[in-house]
Ligand binder design. Sequence first.
Ligand code: DSN
Length: 424
Amino acid sequence: MDAILKHLLKKEILRQKTTINLIASENYASPDVLRFLGSPLTNKYSEGYPGKRYYPGNVYCDKIEKLAQERALKVFRLKAESWGVNVQPYSGSPANLAIYFALLNDRAANAGKGEPKTDILGFSLSSGGHLTHGHKVNFSGKIFRAVQYGVDPKSGLIDYKKLEALAKKHRPKIIVSGATAYPRKIDFRKIGVIAGSVGAYHLADISHIAGLTAAGLHPSPFPHCDVAMTTTHKTLRGPRAAIIFSKRRKMIHNSALMLPDAIDRAVFPGTQGGPHENAVAAMAQALEEASKPAFKNYQKQIVKNAAALAGALKKSGFNLVTGGTDNHLLLIDLKNLGMDGLSAERRLEEAGITANRNAIIGDASPFRPSGIRLGTPAVTTRGMKEKEMKKIAGWIYGILMKKGGSGAIKAEIQKMLKRFPLPY
Ligand code: DSN
């Protein structure tokens, strides 16, 4: 092993062990998931799909990939007769690229026949959406024609009325639901109805809430969408990869093509080459872990911890976007504290807590936004409960609101972390 890399890896593991991780999109994969990721499966090329590969020697990769597909359906209580599943996307952004490629190509075939000009109606980044939901600096806003909906500036809640008005005005080809920084439940049914009323596909990006959805703690998008995708490394606690689910229905503008076939073609050969079978196996392992009763309890605890953290922060005077949380994350609005998200992020990190700065509605700069996002999936994996969340809220108050250094808090954080070890 290269000595420099070995040293850096050791340091990173130590950093993970000695930090309270409140980054809402991060988690700790199990040692078994990590083992598959680092396995000789990484050596294999398996372009194509099980039973139809473009390389020999895929007898075991076929079995692994099928297992991942079966388990993905099982975890979300879906039937193979109704849903196609693709486990090959390298991560969330490539998955969304492939989905747009599949769905928009369908409509492109009808170009010049009075087709609408808008490709994507997505949730804006400053309201809590993802870059790939049509942001202007991302491929989704650069190569596709995107319009964005957002939250009501007063309540911080998704403005469904405006969403509907935008859908009627622009008649987009795809409406994207789902978020990376939205602390409340998303009404997938409402968005599905709006999409149906304007003849758009409904894509649900459940990357953040996949674990909660699997555990029945967030309303399921599946009855109301055509395509759903999720990354597998957030609340699902798997490898960095993604899954695309697509309804077994005909394409809107091409009755000869089924949606799952279009998605498969768009993933490979449309936008990707050989799948990373080491990641597919790691995903299958994570999905097996997610099918156990303990996983449901874990997800319940994530939600309870987020509520406890939010309650304690509010009590100490912090202003929370939407006033609280229904899920695994919350956003502190720092505007009234004379501090921006970047300074808060730095102060917290210096004391041993990681949480990322986040844009909130009305912010002009995503580099110096006025929010900070806190999530509980990682600390819950370490075994922390409501009592620890109250302690953490107190430390956050001490670090951000009190004058003077946070030396004493730093020591207390390290003392507590020793009671919640990581399995590596
Ligand atoms: N960057 C991720 C997040 O932090 O939510 C989403 O891809």
